[in-house]
Design a protein around this ligand. Structure first.
Ligand code: ADP
Ligand code: MG
Length: 221
């Protein structure tokens, strides 16, 4: 895949919930395209349409007008989405939750151990591997949700407020983990946030051109 291959493109994409006088326009006329290595922060206050735009990019919602296309993605496994809400399976421990996308994709357990251990280590959750979701905090669950996507090594990482429930230092570590993982694999990274400190964040190590690129703002509503 070359650097100019478009992973996902929106053309005048809009998403309206409901009809008539109570209709809510969540996304209005979004135009953007994302290529490998891109780093994009979607910044806006609560209710401005960040999650809605991310769900359009993930294919979880269909645009009510305009188009969203994925010209160079082979399937759902190429997209890793960190949900804003809790998304861990209660009956699986942290390591099993992190391995889940790989298991569902048909990888044998022996092939999931290394990426799971590495991903949990990146977000500082290695010590939680054997705990159930009910035995960890909301912030820890958010880090595990990030690790689950990193273990999958998708071409396109979509993270919905991945630092929303974290203190500053832990949030910085999770952002570093997302940036480092995306940098290693050449994945594109899209993060939504209401925190103005998130958008300028750069990877912990310096050197590559993609790291010096300014994070553009995307239309959110
Ligand atoms: P953000 O993520 O920026 O907080 P959202 O994308 O969640 O914003 O929401 C944008 C707008 O769309 C809000 O007014 C919200 O109430 C509305 N909205 C989001 N999801 C739904 C839904 N499933 N049904 C109806 N309205 C929704
Ligand atoms: Mg949201």
């Amino acid at each position: 895949m070359s650097g100019t291959d478009v992973l996902v493109a929106c053309q005048d994409a809009a998403l309206t919930f409901g009809r008539g006088p109570t209709a809510v326009v969540a996304v209005h006329g979004a135009n953007l395209s994302i290529t490998p290595g891109d780093r994009l922060a979607i910044v806006g206050p609560s209710g401005s349409g960040k999650s809605s735009l991310l769900h359009l990019l993930a294919g979880l919602e269909c645009p009510t007008s305009g188009t969203v296309t994925w010209p160079h993605l082979d399937g759902p496994g190429d997209i890793g989405l960190v949900f804003q809400a809790d998304s861990l399976v209660p009956s699986l421990d942290v390591a099993e939750n992190t391995a889940l996308p790989l298991v569902l994709a048909g990888h044998p357990e022996t092939q999931t151990r290394h990426p799971v251990t590495e991903a949990l280590g990146l977000v500082g959750a290695a010590a939680l591997a054997e705990r159930l979701p009910e035995e960890i905090s909301g912030g820890q669950a958010q880090r595990v949700a990030v690790a689950r996507v990193l273990a999958q090594q998708p071409c396109l990482i979509l993270a919905d407020e991945p630092t929303g429930r974290l203190d500053h230092a832990t949030g910085a570590r999770v952002l570093d983990a997302l940036l480092t993982a995306a940098d290693r694999t050449g994945a594109a990274l899209v993060v939504t946030t209401h925190d103005p400190a998130v958008a300028p964040r750069r990877p912990p190590r310096r050197g590559r051109r993609a790291r010096r690129r300014a994070a553009p703002r995307a239309p959110t509503s």
